[in-house]
Structures are given as structure tokens and as C-alpha cells.
Design a protein around this ligand. Structure first.
Ligand code: SF4
Length: 163
């Protein structure tokens, strides 16, 4: 059900999955053209430790919940992402939001990252406006805790090796 404007509403992901994934593809292509280096440090997903916050819009969050596998770790109060496994890897790569797609530690890429993020968010905002979707751009843990309170946060993957 889609009722635009209220962050507690559940969005119909089928309404916007394809165009949102097209936005993600464009962001990925932009990132790939700059070829930033990833050393799998895992710092992009350890928010508290490295002093950053991942902001996510409502449609991005709903796509993540709908298309990602079960989380790899328990939901905390904002320190880490529940989809980061114990080796620092993202287990939700295919469904991860724009902020995750753009973030790399590579010092030589930081100016490009800002430009790519700005262009991606602008394209995402146009999509949200065109489809009349809620924006609700907020820290991912705000969305995550709301989902848990609504009984929508999935059970953790009991795979060996996860915390
Ligand atoms: S979705 Fe993946 S890349 Fe994004 S913060 Fe979570 S583990 Fe990291």
C-alpha cells in the first residue's frame, strides 16, 4: 500500500523498483568511471567508529528491506549496519542505497564522490517527485528502528561466522 507523505507507511516497492534500480545503475556507472580503490576496510558501514551517518530516503530503505537478504548482525543504536558481516563485507550489495554505492575510503576519489552523490540524489529526488513517493531522507537507523517497531525488521541470518 502506498500512502505518500507518512514515513510509517509501507511503500509498494514494485511501483518504483525498476526506476530506482536504474538510478542505482547510473550511480554505479559514475563510480566505476572514477575507479576508486576499495580495500574492504569495512569502515563505510561502522558509522559510529568512523564518525559518519548513512542517510537513506524512504524508497531506498524499502527496496533494501524488500530485496536484501536477512541481516548479518543484530540491529544496534547506530554504530553499525546490520548487513555488514563479521569480515566487514556488505551482504546487501545488490540492494544497497546510494550512500553506500558512492562511499569509498580512497583519498583520491573524495571530490568525485561528492559530485557523484549530488547527481545521484538529484536524480533520485526527481524520481520521488515524479511518482509522488515520500522522501523522508533520514539516518538509516531511524528507518531501521521504525521497521523493527512495526515488526518489519527481518530475522538475522544464522549463518556460521556472523556475530
Ligand atoms: S547496506 Fe551494505 S554497504 Fe551499506 S552500510 Fe550496510 S553493510 Fe555497508
Amino acid at each position: 500500500m502506498t500512502r505518500a507523505g507518512d514515513s510509517t507507511d509501507v511503500l509498494d516497492v514494485d511501483r518504483f523498483r525498476a526506476p530506482l534500480r536504474a538510478v542505482y545503475d547510473a550511480v554505479d556507472a559514475n563510480v566505476a568511471s572514477r575507479a576508486p580503490v576499495c580495500r574492504i576496510s569495512g569502515r563505510c558501514c561502522r558509522f559510529e567508529e568512523y564518525g559518519h551517518t548513512l542517510f537513506v530516503s524512504a524508497p531506498e530503505f524499502e527496496l533494501l528491506l524488500a530485496d536484501a537478504p536477512p541481516p548479518a548482525r543484530p540491529l544496534d543504536d547506530g554504530a553499525t549496519c546490520p548487513w555488514q558481516d563479521d569480515r566487514g563485507r556488505c551482504t546487501a550489495r545488490d540492494a544497497r542505497p546510494i550512500g553506500c554505492r558512492v562511499y569509498f575510503c580512497d583519498p583520491a576519489y573524495q571530490d568525485d564522490a561528492a559530485d557523484i552523490a549530488e547527481a545521484g540524489i538529484a536524480r533520485l529526488k526527481r524520481l520521488v517527485d515524479d511518482l509522488g513517493l515520500p522522501w523522508d531522507y533520514a539516518p538509516i537507523h531511524r528507518h531501521l528502528h521504525e521497521a523493527r517497531e512495526a515488526g518489519r525488521f527481518p530475522a538475522i541470518d544464522p549463518a556460521p561466522g556472523n556475530p
